[in-house]
Write a protein that binds this ligand. Structure first.
Ligand code: AMO
Length: 446
C-alpha cells in the first residue's frame, strides 16, 4: 500500500497530480459540468469533471470522456472510490480552497442507489444502519474525542505507575447485586455470569500487592430499563488504589484525572466540538464541590422539589436540582455527593464508625451520575457481617472473602461509565448516540 493522501493534507500539497480515496457524499450532475463531494475520515473535497454528453448530431466524441461522465452520473451516495486527478488551489472553492479535476475513478465498492437512512432519520433507524450513520462528520468526531479522552486517562495513570489489568468477564458469582445478571449456560459444574463490574478483581489486585491499578473494559447488566443512560453492555472505567485514608483520597485522584482528561479533549477538539455540537468544553477546576447526601436532600427540598423516593437516594430530578444549585453556587458542572446510608450502598463499602454512613460518593456531571467510588471494607469479619446484613450468604462469596483472609491493605476506587461521560461532554440526549454499537433490551444487532 502506498502512503495514502488524506483530504486534510490537500491544502498543503502543490498543484499537480494527486490520488485521494474516500466515499461519495453528493453528486451534482449538471449539463456541462459534474461535481462530486468526496469525503474521507479527515474532511471533504470537491471533485470536478467537465461533462461530455452523447452528441445529438452524431459527431465523433472522446469515448473515455463519455464513459467517465456516465460513470459519475451513476455514482450513488456512499460509493467508496479512489480518484486520480489534478489538484488545483482556488480560494473561490468554499470547501477547503482546493479542487481535484477528475482524471479517472477506481471504484472499490459501489453503493446501492437508495441510501436506507437520511439526515432526519430517527435514532432506531440510524442504529439499524449504524455503519452508514457513523460516516457523518459529527459521529466521526465523537470517536476521536473518545480516543483522546481514554488516552489522557491512561497517560495520567501510567505516568503515576498504575498497573493496567484485564480482569475476566466470565464469573462464577454476581459482582454487584443479584439483579441485572446475565447467565451463561456453558460451564459444566456451575452457572457462569457476565461481569457486572470488575469490582472483586480490582480489589484482588490490592491484596496481590499491585498498589494502584486501572481497567477500561466491558461490563454487562441485564438491566430492563429503557432509560437514555442505561445499556446492557457498557465500557466501565475503573481504578483502585491502596493505602488510602478514606474515599476522599479516591475522590482527589478522580477529580485530578478528569481535569487532565477534559483539558486534553479541549486542547485537541475544543473548536470542532463547538462547531459541530455547539458545546464549549469546560475544563473542571479542582477541587470539585462535595455535598453530603443528607445536605443535598435539604438543598433539593429548599428548591421546592420533594424527592418521591423513600430509600433516601436522589432521583433523576433531584440530581438535576442539585446540579443547578452547584452551577449557581460554585459555577461547577461536577459534584461529589458523599456519605450514603449503608442501606443504599454495596456491602463492600466501608462505613464511618462515628456516623455509620458509608465512606463513598457518587460523582454527578451536569446532573447525571457518572461514577460511584468508595473505600472498601478490608477487615474480613466486618465484611462478612455487612454481607449478612444485606441478605447475602457469605459462603457464596467465599472466593472474594478469601482475598482478605491472607492480609490486605486499606483501599478504594471508583467505576465510571465511559458513555455517560461522553454523552454529557458532547451534550447528547442518550448514550446510544455516543456508543459505537449500543446494546440494550431490544438491541442486539448490528
Ligand atoms: P455502579 O453500579 O454505580 O458502581 O456503576 C458505576 C458507573 O458505571 C456506569 N453504569 C452504566 N452505564 C451504562 N449502562 C448501565 N447499565 C450502567 N450501569 C452503571 C455509570 C455508573 O456510575 N463497582 C462499582 C464502582 C466502584 O465502587 O468502584 C459499580 O459498578 O456511570
Amino acid at each position: 500500500m502506498s502512503e495514502r493522501i488524506l483530504v486534510s493534507q490537500l491544502k498543503s500539497l502543490p498543484a499537480g497530480p494527486v490520488s485521494v480515496s474516500g466515499w461519495v457524499e453528493t453528486v451534482r450532475d449538471q449539463k456541462k459540468v459534474q461535481f462530486v463531494i468526496l469525503r474521507d475520515e479527515t474532511g471533504a473535497v470537491q471533485l470536478v469533471n467537465p461533462a461530455t454528453r452523447p452528441s445529438e448530431d452524431g459527431s465523433e466524441q472522446d469515448a473515455a470522456a463519455l464513459a467517465l461522465t456516465a460513470t459519475i452520473s451513476e455514482l450513488a451516495h456512499g460509493t467508496f472510490l479512489t480518484v486520480h486527478g489534478e489538484l488545483k488551489h482556488d480560494e473561490r472553492v468554499k470547501l477547503g480552497g482546493v479542487e481535484i479535476k477528475i482524471g479517472s475513478l477506481d471504484i472499490a465498492a459501489a453503493a446501492l442507489p437508495e441510501t436506507p437512512i437520511a439526515g432526519d432519520s430517527g435514532i432506531d433507524k440510524r442504529m439499524d444502519w449504524r455503519f452508514i450513520d457513523l460516516r457523518q462528520r459529527r459521529n466521526n468526531l465523537i470517536f476521536r474525542v473518545q480516543t483522546t479522552l481514554e488516552h489522557a486517562l491512561r497517560t495520567y495513570w501510567i505516568e503515576r505507575d498504575y498497573i493496567e489489568v484485564h480482569s475476566p468477564k466470565l464469573m462464577a458469582s454476581p459482582s454487584e447485586s443479584n439483579a441485572e445478571l446475565f447467565e451463561v449456560p456453558y460451564f459444566e459444574e456451575k452457572t457462569a455470569y457476565l461481569a457486572q463490574s470488575p469490582q472483586f478483581f480490582k480489589q484482588m489486585a490490592q491484596v496481590a500487592g499491585f498498589g494502584k491499578i486501572f481497567e477500561i473494559a466491558p461490563a454487562f447488566r441485564a438491566d430492563p430499563s429503557f432509560t437514555s443512560r442505561h445499556a446492557t453492555e457498557f465500557t466501565s472505567i475503573d481504578a483502585e488504589i491502596s493505602w488510602i485514608d478514606s474515599h476522599e483520597d479516591v475522590a482527589r485522584m478522580h477529580e485530578e484525572l478528569l481535569h487532565t482528561a477534559f483539558q486534553a479533549v479541549k486542547d485537541k477538539h475544543g473548536a470542532e466540538i463547538e462547531e459541530l455540537f455547539g458545546i464549549e468544553v469546560q475544563v473542571p477546576t479542582v477541587p470539585f464541590p462535595r455535598i453530603p447526601l443528607a445536605e443535598a436532600r435539604e438543598i433539593v427540598a429548599s428548591r421546592g422539589y420533594e424527592i418521591p423516593r423513600t430509600d433516601g437516594d436522589l432521583d433523576p430530578e433531584g440530581e438535576r436540582q442539585i446540579a443547578a444549585y452547584v452551577e449557581e453556587t460554585y459555577g461547577h458542572q461536577f459534584v461529589f455527593i458523599t456519605d450514603y446510608h449503608p442501606e443504599i450502598r454495596a456491602f463492600y463499602h466501608m462505613r464511618n464508625e462515628e456516623s455509620g454512613l458509608t465512606k463513598s460518593y457518587d460523582l454527578l456531571f451536569k446532573g447525571v451520575e457518572i461514577s460511584t467510588g468508595a473505600q472498601r471494607e478490608h477487615r474480613v469479619d466486618v465484611l462478612i457481617e455487612q454481607a449478612r446484613e444485606k441478605g447475602l450468604d457469605p459462603e457464596h462469596l467465599d472466593f472474594y472473602l478469601d482475598f482478605f483472609r491472607y492480609g490486605a491493605p486499606p483501599h478504594g476506587g471508583f467505576g465510571m461509565g465511559l458513555a455517560r461521560v461522553m454523552m454529557l461532554l458532547l451534550g447528547q440526549e442518550s448514550i446510544r448516540e455516543v456508543t459505537y454499537l449500543f446494546r440494550g433490551p431490544t438491541r442486539l444487532a448490528p
